[in-house]
Write a protein that binds this ligand. Structure first.
Ligand code: MG
Ligand code: ZN
Length: 377
């Protein structure tokens, strides 16, 4: 029957079309995108999709993260393990290389790699790091230090003195001031290098209005800062402080990384209350960054996690604002992690890609084209 033949032909064409290998949708070349002047990179340690969902459903179904329309996923595995740690995860963002778990700013062959902070600093950008852990902990450290193991906190602190970073806010004063490995007083050395240095013993961050003529370091704790539940409240305020400080430090632009460090610790301790509270606090940081970027128009805001922590599940029996959370591990998991992007060149961050691509895409977004990802220092 001709009619059947006709239907058959249509079906065959349809099947052939469907079998054609899917064409990759290519993002527009970077020269077609408006370049960004500034980048604010927000890293929620251990913040995967379950953590974001738990924060959302524990916060009356509302997060600042919902303001993003460009969303992608990165594959967080490291060179040594399918399940990354925070050192390899942050080094992938910082340097664009997959490295082994525990590596701080080094390739898998323990060669120091140039971080985006170091590269932008040398190009005249103002740069800053903020964390709700010590400033020498794996995530912030991987943007500014080069050590074969993440636990070398005092060596990481000494590395920081080698970089002309413009702003640091986080815990870990003891690794600078009361060191065990050597007699150096890095707190004093920072001062001699021209930094305004202060800490929570002396004054509250919100009471300080430092000149932007000098770089600035503020220690929020001797070791790790408190949890948000125990009274730590500086992260969103430090972010807006840092933005206005850094934008006045350079006409070239600025790079600021802010870490919500303790979301991860809620995963490790299988403490749903802790991770939800830390994730909601981190979402306030997201709100501060977006408020500035919407006004400024030249700032790319990125929000992501380095990996998921705890194998978190929102179990049956959960209700809005009343979740039944469960965990599969007190370590990390390998699930892909969302990347949220807003601002000039944000389009680059849609799709699925390696965590190292976050680094490459940031440079593309700034209009930096050289492909150097590692060099000895
Ligand atoms: Mg961390
Ligand atoms: Zn962790």
């Amino acid at each position: 029957m001709p009619y059947r033949l006709f239907l058959g032909t249509i079906l065959l064409i349809f099947i052939l079309q469907a079998c054609k290998s899917p064409e990759k949708i290519v993002a527009p070349a970077s020269n077609e995108l408006r370049p960004a002047k500034n980048i604010i990179l927000l890293i929620g340690d251990g913040m995967g999709l379950p953590q974001i969902s738990a924060a959302l459903y524990s916060n009356n179904n509302k997060l600042n993260l919902e303001q993003f329309s460009i969303i992608g996923f990165h594959k967080p595995y490291s060179s040594s393990d399918l399940i990354t740690d925070s050192a390899a995860g942050a080094t992938a963002f910082a340097c664009g290389v997959k490295t082994y778990n525990g590596s701080i700013g080094m390739t898998q062959d323990t060669v120091p790699c140039t971080t985006i902070l170091e590269e932008l600093e040398s190009r005249g950008y103002a740069t800053g790091l903020i964390a709700s852990s010590t400033i020498v902990h794996a995530t912030p450290a991987s943007f500014i230090a080069h050590q074969p193991l993440r636990v070398f906190y005092e060596a990481i602190a000494a590395d920081i003195l080698n970089v002309d970073v413009d702003l640091l806010i986080g815990g870990g004063k003891r690794y600078f001031e009361r060191r065990e490995d050597d007699e150096r007083d890095l707190y004093e050395e920072l001062r001699q290098k021209g930094y305004i240095v202060s800490d929570y013993y002396k004054e509250e961050l919100k009471d300080i209005n430092p000149t932007t003529k000098r770089p600035f370091v503020y220690f929020t704790a001797d070791k790790h800062p408190l949890t948000h539940a125990a009274g730590r409240d500086y992260l969103p305020g430090a972010t807006s402080f840092a933005i206005s400080f850094l934008e006045r430090r350079s006409d070239q632009g600025f790079f600021l990384m802010v870490e919500g460090s303790q979301i991860d610790w809620g995963g490790h301790s299988n403490d749903g209350g802790l991770l939800v509270e830390e994730a909601i606090d981190f979402d306030q940081v997201v709100g501060e960054a977006l408020r500035y970027a919407k006004r400024d128009g030249e700032t790319l805001v990125l929000v992501t996690g380095d990996h998921e922590s705890g194998g978190l599940a929102i179990n049956p029996g959960s209700q809005m604002n009343k979740l039944q959370l469960a965990f599969t591990t007190n370590g990390h998991t390998a699930a892909m992690v969302p990347v949220f992007a807003y601002g000039p060149s944000a389009e680059l961050f849609s799709g699925i890609y390696e965590n190292t691509e976050v680094h490459n895409k940031m440079k593309l977004a700034l209009g930096i084209h050289d492909e150097t990802t590692s060099s000895s220092k």
